[in-house]
Write a protein that binds this ligand. Structure first.
Ligand code: AP5
Length: 219
């Protein structure tokens, strides 16, 4: 199965583009952020371990992320429904995770990098609203739900994520620049060395539909 990575800072639109691709073309998403939030919601042992780290905007240790990811992939493999492709949203986020992913059976053939400046990110994240159980994402101005505060599909209430407060956003950006941004160079090098991995860059400040057209044309 084809698999692709969505790489970019918090709030750059990775979740929005992966949600559109799943809805419009039937792709599957693996979002480590969403899996971790579900662990917190269900108060599992892992959820209790990562709650505070996520609320303060710090990265979760690689060992935990790789464990939940392997479990999630094992469950997906039991499901024999044919899908056109798999999206890694928010994974990998460190060089150690990227190196571990090279050994997975679904090593990615494309990396899509969403480039966005830090000042736009604060506006994006402070206006974001989410449907907690599905992870569906809206923005109060740029991508509003049909009815204010209500999820279009389920009719349930939308919430603001605990890590979308301004002081937490600053720490998430710090973590991104320290640990995740180096993956841009890493994947550019991988793509130069091997024709099997393509690297694409998007101006993530463009409107959602415009980015979606560019992104989906590359798949
Ligand atoms: P995660 O849930 O992955 O958060 P993130 O990467 O910080 O990304 P976001 O979900 O905040 O943003 P996004 O790029 O998906 O943007 P979105 O489409 O929502 O991770 C959360 C936490 O989990 C981490 O901080 C860490 O603690 C932990 N974690 C997760 N994975 C981990 C890993 N691999 N290793 C270690 N720790 C891990 O868009 C944002 C807003 O903008 C929305 O309101 C949207 O409607 C709007 N919008 C989107 N596109 C546009 C556009 N083009 N124009 C205008 N508005 C737009």
């Amino acid at each position: 199965m084809k698999s692709v990575i969505l790489l970019g800072p918090p709030g750059s639109g990775k979740g929005t583009q992966s949600e559109k691709l799943c809805k419009e073309k039937g792709w599957l998403t693996i979002s480590t952020g969403q899996i971790l939030r579900q662990e917190i919601q269900s108060q599992s042992a892992i959820g209790l371990q990562v709650k505070q780290l996520m609320e303060q905007g710090s990265l979760v240790p690689d060992s935990i992320v790789l464990t939940i990811l392997s479990e999630h992939i094992a469950k997906l493999m039991q499901n024999d429904k044919a899908v056109p492709g798999l999206i890694f949203d928010g994974f990998p986020r460190t060089l150690a995770q990227a190196q571990a992913l090279q050994d997975f059976s679904w090593a990615p053939s494309q990396v899509h990098y969403f480039e966005l400046s830090d000042d736009v990110i604060v506006d994006r994240l402070s206006g974001r609203r989410v449907h907690p159980s599905s992870g569906r994402t809206y923005h109060i101005h740029h991508n509003p739900p049909l009815q204010e505060g209500i999820d279009d599909v389920s009719g349930e209430s939308l919430i603001q994520r605990a890590d979308d407060r301004e002081e937490v956003i600053k720490n998430r950006l710090k973590e991104y620049h320290a640990h995740t941004a180096p993956l841009i160079q890493f994947y550019q090098d991988v793509s130069k060395q091997s024709k099997q991995v393509q690297f694409f860059v998007y101006d993530a400040s463009l409107p959602i539909e415009m980015i979606s057209e560019q992104f989906q044309n590359h798949l």
